[in-house]
Ligand binder design. Structure first.
Ligand code: IMP
Length: 431
C-alpha cells in the first residue's frame, strides 16, 4: 500500500461501506486512530481472530493492542453508551480505557437529545428522515446554537451541573409541546457527573496529540470517518442526511488539525450500494433482486438492525464523493457478495426528462423521475473469497474493478473479499 502519514478513511456512499474493516487493517501500521464526527449512530463491524465486534463510538483501531484511540472535538459523545462499550470490550479481554483519549471540546449527547430525536421523527410522519434515534441531530443543533455542554465543562462540576440542568430544562420546554417525554433535569446532570471520575482522565487535546505524534517521522495517523459522503450535512442528499461533516474536510476540523497535515484520503465503497433510512437511492433495485442481495450481503443495520435498501454500484455518486473528499484511493468492499451474479450493473449517469446527467445534482428535486443509465458487465461466477492478490482475481471481476476506477477517476488501493482481516487484496503496489 502507499505510505501515508495522516490518512483519512471516509465512506463514499451512504455509510455501511465497511470502513471498520479497512480502518482495522490500516490500524496495524498506525500510531493513533481517531474518530472525527458522529456518535453512537455509527456501527463499525470488525472481525478479529474469529470474533465479531461492533464499535459505535470507539475507533475501529482499538482491537490492536497498544494503539492510541482518540475521539475528536467533532464527535458528540453519549457518555453512558461509551462506558458500556468500553466495559464490553474489557469483558472480552480488550483493555481500551488507558488508550482512549477524548477531546475536551467534544459535546455531550444526553438523554434529552435522544427524546427530541424520536419526538421530531414522529412529528415528521411520512417525511421522516429515518434517523438511528441516537439523538445525533439535536446534539449537533445544541452545538451550533452555542447551547451545548462540552466534555471539558466537566472539569468544573458545579458549573457543569448548572449547564446541564439548564440545557435539559430548555429541552423539556421543546419536548412538552411536541408530545415528547420530559426528562428529570437534575437526574440527567447527576448521572453525567457520577461518571466524571472515569471520564476526566481521558480528556485531551486531540489535535495537539496528533501533531506531537507526527513530529516523530515514523508515526502514522488514521482519521476514521463515520457514515458516508451522501449523508454529509452539506454535501449529502439533504435533508436526508446526518448532522455532521462526514467528508474529509470534517476530519481536519473534527480533530483539530490543519488540512495540510492530511496526505491521503481513502474512500470506502461497497461493490454495490446500500442505504438505510429515507431519501433518494437512484440505483435502488426492484424488491426481489434487493432481497436477494440483502441476504447474500447480510445487509442489516449494525446499530438498528434495520434492513438496508440495496442498489447497483453508482459511479455518479462515487465520482461526486471523490470530488467532495479529494479521494486519493478507493477501498472496494464486499466484492465477493457479487460472485454469483450472471451480470453486474454500474450506473454511469441519470436520465432526467430525456436529458442525460453524469453529475450528482445539488437539489433533490432535480432527481425527480431520474432513471439510472446502466452499463452491464458479465458476472465472474467464481468465488473470490480465497483470492489474496490482484493477479488471482477472475478476469471479469478485474474488468468490473477497472471500470469502477475509470468511471470514478480514483485508483483502487484495496479490495475486500470477506469479513476476516486476511480477506483483503492490496490492489496497488507501494509507490
Ligand atoms: P442520524 O445520524 O441518526 O441522525 O440519522 C440520519 C440518517 O443517517 C439516517 O438516514 C440514518 O439511517 C443515517 N445513518 C446514520 N448513521 C449511519 C450509519 O452509521 N450507517 C448508515 N446510515 C447511517
Amino acid at each position: 500500500m502507499r505510505d501515508y502519514r495522516c490518512l483519512v478513511v471516509v465512506g463514499a456512499q451512504w455509510g455501511d461501506e465497511g470502513k471498520g474493516k479497512i480502518v482495522d487493517v490500516l490500524a496495524a501500521h498506525a500510531t493513533i486512530i481517531a474518530r472525527y464526527q458522529g456518535g453512537a449512530n455509527a456501527g463499525h463491524t470488525v472481525h478479529a481472530d474469529g470474533e465479531e465486534f461492533i464499535l459505535h463510538q470507539i475507533p475501529s483501531g482499538v482491537l490492536h493492542a497498544g494503539k492510541r484511540c482518540l475521539l475528536g472535538n467533532g464527535v458528540v459523545l453519549d457518555v453512558d453508551q461509551f462506558l458500556v462499550e468500553l466495559d464490553a470490550l474489557h469483558a472480552r479481554g480488550i483493555d481500551a480505557e488507558s488508550r482512549v483519549g477524548i477531546s475536551g471540546r467534544a459535546h455531550l449527547l444526553l438523554e434529552y437529545h435522544k427524546r427530541l430525536d424520536s419526538a421530531h421523527e414522529k412529528l415528521r410522519g411520512t417525511g421522516k428522515i429515518g434517523t438511528t434515534g441516537k439523538g445525533i441531530g439535536p446534539a449537533y443543533e445544541d452545538k451550533v446554537a452555542r447551547a451545548g455542554v462540552r466534555l471539558g465543562d466537566l472539569t468544573d462540576p458545579a458549573r457543569a451541573h448548572r449547564l446541564i440542568v439548564a440545557a435539559a430544562e430548555r429541552a423539556n420546554e421543546r419536548l412538552g409541546p411536541i408530545g415528547g417525554q420530559c426528562v428529570d433535569a437534575i437526574a440527567v446532570a447527576d448521572g453525567v457527573l457520577a461518571r466524571r471520575d472515569r471520564i476526566l482522565p481521558m480528556l485531551t487535546d486531540t489535535g495537539r496529540e496528533i501533531l506531537q505524534s507526527l513530529a516523530n517521522g515514523s508515526a502514522r495517523v488514521v482519521l476514521e470517518g463515520a457514515q458516508g459522503a451522501m449523508l454529509d450535512v452539506d454535501h449529502g442528499t439533504y435533508p436526508y442526511v446526518t448532522s455532521s461533516s462526514t467528508t474529509a474536510g470534517g476530519a481536519a476540523t473534527g480533530v483539530g488539525i490543519g488540512p495540510t497535515v492530511i496526505d491521503g484520503v481513502i474512500g470506502v465503497v461497497k461493490a454495490y450500494t446500500t442505504r438505510v433510512g429515507s431519501g433518494p437511492l437512484p440505483t435502488e433495485m426492484e424488491p426481489g433482486m434487493a432481497d436477494h442481495l440483502r441476504e447474500l450481503g447480510g445487509e442489516y443495520g449494525a446499530t438498528t438492525g434495520r434492513p438496508r435498501r440495496c442498489g447497483w454500484f453508482d459511479a455518479v455518486v462515487v465520482g461526486y464523493a471523490a470530488q467532495v473528499n479529494g479521494l486519493t484511493g478507493l477501498a472496494v468492499t464486499k466484492l465477493d457478495v457479487l460472485d454469483t451474479f450472471d451480470e453486474v450493473l454500474i450506473c454511469t449517469g441519470y436520465e432526467v426528462k430525456g436529458i442525460a446527467h453524469d453529475t450528482f445534482p445539488y437539489h433533490l428535486g432535480l432527481l425527480d423521475g431520474a432513471r439510472p443509465i446502466y452499463e452491464t458487465l458479465p458476472g465472474w461466477k467464481t468465488s473470490t473469497t480465497r483470492v489474496r492478490s490482484r493477479s488471482d482475481l477472475p478476469p471479469r471481476a478485474l474488468d468490473y474493478l477497472h471500470r469502477i476506477q475509470e468511471l470514478t477517476g480514483v485508483p483502487i488501493e484495496f479490495v475486500s473479499v470477506g469479513t476476516a482481516r486476511h480477506q483483503i487484496i492490496e490492489f496497488v503496489s507501494a509507490a
